[in-house]
Ligand binder design. Structure first.
Ligand SMILES: Nc1ncnc2c1ncn2[C@@H]1O[C@H](COP(=O)(O)OP(=O)(O)OP(=O)(O)O)[C@@H](O)[C@H]1O
Length: 250
């Protein structure tokens, strides 16, 4: 579905990504991990069209994201959720306004009754209730705000969510509930995730495959259980030693 081939990117003389290749299949959950500064968010920005790659190809269903029509399709099919839900949501808007914005864009001809149903269904998918519709983000917990961000990303019914550190701003118990939510959404809709994180525990909870990035290069890629239990690259091993208790800490 998504294929990244030999992606490179530099800022002035700083080479941030070098020959990065990986893919995300239909209904697949892929974790992109690496230390801070390894280039994870830069990959997301290139995929979302926020940064222009220096070289390589990004293919969506076999067609280059460099083509305008493919980019337009991907703007619908590929949605993103970022780390800090509060800064992603306009504090002056109600939840109804925040969710209506993408719906106005993707379903402009919908009537009021249909719209109301769609809003309630969206909230239901992220385990929130319609009572929240007239509240503002500051009247919600950070975890609820992140659920609103996920609902907004789900609004166009995308095929892939790019999740850039979506759990980092949340405390551990809220993280656990959001992991359940993401897994539920995946089970019920078959949506794919590209999950960007530096947290191997989150990867082992959610992901099927993992791509390990070190200084802008892919150093290891494979099935999560295999990479976490017997990493083949010293960098992965060092990361695991730093962060994981047994059984994955080797
Ligand atoms: N717009 C920019 N201009 C110049 N350098 C940038 C820009 N954006 C990112 N960088 C640099 O690119 C490198 C990779 O950054 P990136 O944000 O992709 O890393 P990351 O792995 O996502 O890190 P983190 O986990 O801390 O978010 C860093 O050295 C960063 O300083």
């Amino acid at each position: 579905m998504l294929s990244v081939e030999g992606l490179s990117k530099h800022y002035k003389d700083h080479q941030v990504l070098t020959d990065v290749s990986f893919g995300v299949g239909k209904s697949e959950i892929v974790g992109l991990v690496g230390q801070s500064g390894s280039g994870k968010s830069t990959i997301a920005k290139c995929l979302l069209g926020l940064e222009r790659p220096g070289g390589g190809r990004m293919l969506w269903h076999g067609h280059s994201l460099g083509e305008r029509a493919v980019r337009r399709r991907a703007r619908h099919d590929m949605q993103a959720v970022f780390q800090d839900p509060r800064s992603s949501l306009n504090p002056r808007w109600t939840i109804r306004q925040l969710l209506s914005e993408p719906l106005d864009n993707w379903f402009p001809r919908e009537g009021a009754a249909e719209r109301r149903k769609r809003l309630v269904r969206l909230l239901d998918r992220v385990a929130l209730t319609a009572e929240l519709l007239d509240r503002h983000p500051y009247e919600l917990s950070t975890g609820q705000c992140q659920r609103v961000c996920i609902a907004r990303a789900l609004a166009p019914e995308p095929e892939l969510l790019v999740l850039d550190e979506p759990l980092s701003a949340l405390d551990v118990s809220v993280q656990a509930r959001l992991i359940e939510l993401l897994l539920d959404l995946h089970r019920t809709s078959g949506i794919s995730y590209l999950l960007i994180t530096h947290d191997f525990a989150v990867v082992s909870d959610i992901c099927q495959r993992i791509v390990v990035l070190d200084q802008g290069r892919v150093v290891e890629e494979g099935v999560v259980e295999t990479v976490l239990t017997s990493p083949s690259h010293a960098y992965t091993l060092a990361l695991l030693r730093d962060v994981l208790p047994m059984p994955f800490g080797v």
